[in-house]
Design a binder for this molecule. Structure first.
Ligand SMILES: [Zn+2]
Length: 320
């Protein structure tokens, strides 16, 4: 039952070791956008801070602050918004970072290349700091399912976060694609570089609404009626379903504490992912909060502690 998930390599919460700046273009505004990722205290989670406003506003990366799930996930608090958070949140989860401040200078997280790859690289460059505070996760007590038409998202009890996604699109470059990915056990590069995608026929309508002004072949896979039109083609033969898994991990990172469980997604998107997180946390009958030590055996724990040392973590040092 126990797996060597990245989360279980250290039983403690992890933040980044040093501050790092990330720059790019906002997908919707088309304007340059930058982020500064900073270390944060234990139990902070991921906290966005709009630094460009007269009064900086902190917006926790939590489902209670989701204001919109069309095209991308947007968080808001009062007038302050921050959109397209899911790829960055996925990167934090893939890299095993629990706590960080994300200072932003505008309403959008830069789209980068449309994947989580550049964020994973930035987090890796910033390094990791073991905070010597037990990491807690939400363990499911029962199966929870949400549906909308033929779209399904469900989660079943397990001790790691595993996503099985299936998409079906009536397009020659997509058709039916399926993938299973386990956070920590699967190599993050299996999904981290998978880009978001869109259809050429939708571009002008979206641009007329003032959206995707920054969209280009550099930050999305673009499809016409029959094929992928990007000059470089695809990064993975089934890049579309890989991006769906990436989005789902980012959306589940909006849980108040990390969820573990076996997730099955059929044609689901941001909206259904958000609904599943809502359903799970709507009642404490659905889950229990456990430390990683409580859900794994002692042999695994000591092996994990050794491998954590070799990965450059600093276990057993003073908390950040
Ligand atoms: Zn996405």
């Amino acid at each position: 039952m126990n797996k060597s998930t990245l989360e279980s390599k250290s039983p403690h919460q992890v933040t980044i070791r040093r501050e790092i700046r990330v720059e790019g273009v906002g997908l919707h505004s088309g304007k340059s956008a930058s982020l500064t990722l900073k270390p944060a205290l234990p139990n902070t989670g991921i906290l966005f801070v709009r630094k460009d406003l007269a009064q900086p506003v902190a917006i926790p990366a939590s489902f209670e602050f989701v204001t919109q799930t069309v095209l991308a996930t947007t968080l808001g608090r009062g007038e302050a918004q921050i959109s397209t958070v899911e790829h960055l949140l996925c990167a934090f989860r893939l890299m095993g970072v629990d706590n960080a401040l994300v200072e932003v200078d505008g309403p959008e997280v830069p789209i980068m290349d449309g994947s989580a790859g550049p964020f994973c690289d930035a987090i890796q460059a910033a390094g990791f700091f073991d905070q010597s505070v037990p990491k807690k996760v939400a363990v499911l007590k029962k199966r929870i399912e949400v549906r909308k038409g033929d779209k399904i998202a469900l989660i079943e009890p397990s001790d790691s976060l595993s996503i099985h996604a299936c998409i079906e699109w009536n397009h020659p470059s997509i058709r039916k694609q399926e993938l299973t990915f386990t956070v920590g056990l699967s190599d993050h590069r299996e999904i981290s570089r998978a880009r978001t995608f869109g259809f050429l026929k939708d571009v002008s309508a979206l641009q007329a609404k003032g959206l995707i002004q920054g969209g280009s072949y550099d930050n999305a896979i673009v499809l016409d009626e029959s094929r992928v039109v990007n000059p470089g083609g695809l990064r993975y033969a089934d890049e579309f379903v890989r991006h769906k898994v990436l989005d789902a991990i980012g959306d589940f990172a909006l849980a108040p504490i990390p969820i573990v469980g076996n997730v099955t997604l059929h044609k689901a998107g941001h909206e259904l992912h958000a609904e599943l997180v809502h359903s799970i946390f709507s009642s404490t009958d659905n889950y229990e909060v456990k430390t990683l030590d409580e859900i794994r055996d002692p042999v695994d724990a000591s092996l994990a502690a050794v491998s954590a040392l070799f990965r450059g973590f600093r276990p057993l040092q003073g908390s950040f």
